[in-house]
Design a protein around this ligand. Structure first.
Ligand code: NDP
Length: 297
């Protein structure tokens, strides 16, 4: 078997087109355009790339945006005061603090200082908690994007065994919760979450009907570790040295694509899989924030 490709680039474009139309309708009915404030601390080159992709997407769909660049010497107090100002500013609908932050800043404290009603990344404990108990919330963009891909390709999750490799707060844990949901249209899978203390990873991955890999480890999952017909979502984005490329590196996922695709029924490529969906879902969340759809007050 050679897997069918889950084309995240295409589905993300469809999602952005939908958001663009909704933003247009929103503005035509007399509202101001949604506004996303991005906060970028320090000079992390990868963060610059991600913020660039997000601001380009905003422009495409008609969301206004600004990137506030702050020095990596900023204190926790100063950063939290800045966020507080944005929380109090009615012209700001969404606030996104690009991670990672410099080491002296606690991402937990910074995320908690954002008004959860403007937390379009879906990282605030209020949103994570509401997601966990099945209440409306901003959903973390990457897990939300994966669910969108399953919907688009009519890939069923009900009753399946979903194995998630990686247990971060922004990908692994929230996708395991969404896949495990018992109520509503989505989820209804039995989920296993693996992390770096998991003994014998293959014992788990080989039994997966759906395998989500978000460990940040190139080539962690190889063809012999999965069963025939598995649906594979490779979230990982890793830079590996590549002299044939002008930049000197290539981007690869956490799966050995060539061997895994021979056994999978569906697979996401890297790049062009989950990454574009993450950005598209951020657009969706920002529109929801502007419309106050999740938190009316
Ligand atoms: P984190 O580093 O925060 O989390 C990785 C998780 O994987 C941790 O739980 C870690 O455990 C676990 N892990 C590490 N090594 C192994 C292993 N050998 N076996 C099992 N589990 C392991 O990363 P993120 O969740 O933020 O991101 C994961 C990957 O996804 C990265 O490559 C990142 O760049 C990419 N990413 C892609 C996005 C997209 O839009 N496509 C969006 C977000 C992330 P421990 O914490 O104990 O080390």
């Amino acid at each position: 078997m050679s897997a069918k490709i889950i084309d995240g680039k295409k589905v993300a474009q469809l999602t952005r087109d939908e958001v663009k139309k909704d933003v247009n309708d929103w503005v035509e009915s007399g509202n101001r355009a949604p506004f996303l404030q991005v906060v970028l601390v320090g000079n992390n080159p990868a963060s610059d790339v991600y913020v660039g992709a997000k601001t380009r997407a905003c422009k495409e769909v008609g969301i206004e945006t600004d990137t506030m660049r702050l020095p990596d010497t900023i204190s926790a107090k100063e950063l939290e005061a800045t966020i507080q100002e944005l929380n109090n500013d009615d012209s700001v609908d969404g606030i996104l603090v690009q991670l990672p932050l410099p080491n002296h800043l606690s991402s937990h404290n910074v995320i908690e200082s954002i008004d959860y009603r403007k937390d379009v990344d879906g990282f605030h404990p209020m949103n994570v908690g509401r997601l966990t108990v099945g209440q409306p919330s901003f959903r973390s963009c990457t897990p939300a994007g994966i669910i969108e891909l399953f919907k688009h390709y009519s890939i069923p999750t009900k009753g399946k065994h979903a194995v998630v490799v990686g247990a971060s707060n922004i990908v692994g844990r929230p996708i395991s919760i969404l896949l495990n949901k018992e109520k509503g249209e989505e989820g209804k899978a039995t989920t296993t979450v693996c992390h770096k203390f998991t003994k014998d990873l293959t014992q788990h991955t080989i039994s997966a009907d759906i395998l989500i890999v978000a460990a940040g480890q190139p080539n962690l999952i190889k063809g012999e570790m999965v069963k025939e017909g598995v649906v594979v979502v490779d979230v990982g984005i890793n830079r590996v040295a590549d002299e044939t490329k002008e930049k000197g590196y290539s981007l690869v996922g956490d799966c050995d694509f060539e061997s895994v695709k021979e056994k999978a029924s569906w697979i996401t490529p890297v790049p062009g899989g989950v990454g574009p969906m993450t950005v598209a879902m951020l657009m969706k969340n920002t529109l929801l924030a502007a419309k106050k759809s999740i938190y009316p007050q």
